[in-house]
Design a protein around this ligand. Sequence first.
Ligand code: ADP
Ligand code: MG
Length: 243
Amino acid sequence: MTAALQASGLSVRYGGNLAVDGVDLVVPAGKMVGMVGANGAGKSTLINALAGWSRGTPSVRGTVQLAGQSMDALPPYRRAERGLVLVPEGKGIFADLTVTENLALVKPPSDTTGRHVFTMDDIYGLFPRLAERRGHKGGMLSGGERQMVAVSRALRAAPKVLLLDEPSAGLAPRLVYELLATMRKLVDRGLSLLLVEQNVRATLELVDELYLLERGKVVSKGPAAAMKDDPRILEAYLGTLTA
Ligand SMILES: Nc1ncnc2c1ncn2[C@@H]1O[C@H](COP(=O)(O)OP(=O)(O)O)[C@@H](O)[C@H]1O
Ligand SMILES: [Mg+2]
C-alpha cells in the first residue's frame, strides 16, 4: 500500500552543519507516527523540510512523496493545497483577531475530494474550550488555547497528512495529554499524522510508531509498544538524553 507520506534520504545542511542527515521516514495512511529527540536534534528542520519550508536558506536533498506524488518541486503553499499541512513550532496566531477570525483566515482548498473538511462546528466540537473562547482575541489566550487555535487552523486546510512540531511545548502536562489525545481521535477517523516531540512519555502512549532522532539521524525506530523497551528511549525517559 502507498504510504500517506514518505521521505527518502532527506538531508538538510546549513553551511557546514548537516542538521538532518539522510532520514528515511514513512507515515502509513491513517496512522500516527512520532519523532522524538533532544533539543537541537534536527526535529524542526526535518518537519519543515517535509512541508517544503525552512528558516534561512539551507540546502535540501532527498525526496518527499505525498501518497506517491513527488512534493520536491512544490513550495509550501502548494504542498498544503495537496493536503500536506504543517503546524509550525511557536504557533504564530494573530493577537488582535478573535479565535473565530483566526480560524476564518484559512479557507479549505477548492478541490477537497477524498478529504475531510472541518467546519467551525466540527472544530468547536473537538475543542470545547475554544468554543467558549471563540470571541476572545488571540493575545488573551493561554498557551494551550493558542496551540489549539494553531492546530484548528491547520484542520481548516483539510489535511491528508498533518505535521505537528512540538505541540506540547510550554503546556501543562494535563493539557499536553488532552491535545495529543484529540489528535489521536482524528487519526482514528482517518487522518495521517506526524508528531515531532520532546515529550517522549506522552508521545509513546499515543502513537503507532516511533522514531528517535539524534544529531539529525534516525538511530532507532519501531512500533510504539516495542520502542518502550528500547534502551535509548529508556534513557530519554530518565531525562538524560542530550543533543
Ligand atoms: N536557520 C538556521 N540556520 C542555521 N542553523 C540552524 C537553523 N535552524 C536550525 N539550525 C541548526 O540545526 C540544528 C537542528 O535544529 P532544530 O531543527 O531546530 O532542532 P530541534 O527542533 O530538534 O530542536 C541545530 O544545530 C540548529 O542550531
Ligand atoms: Mg524544534
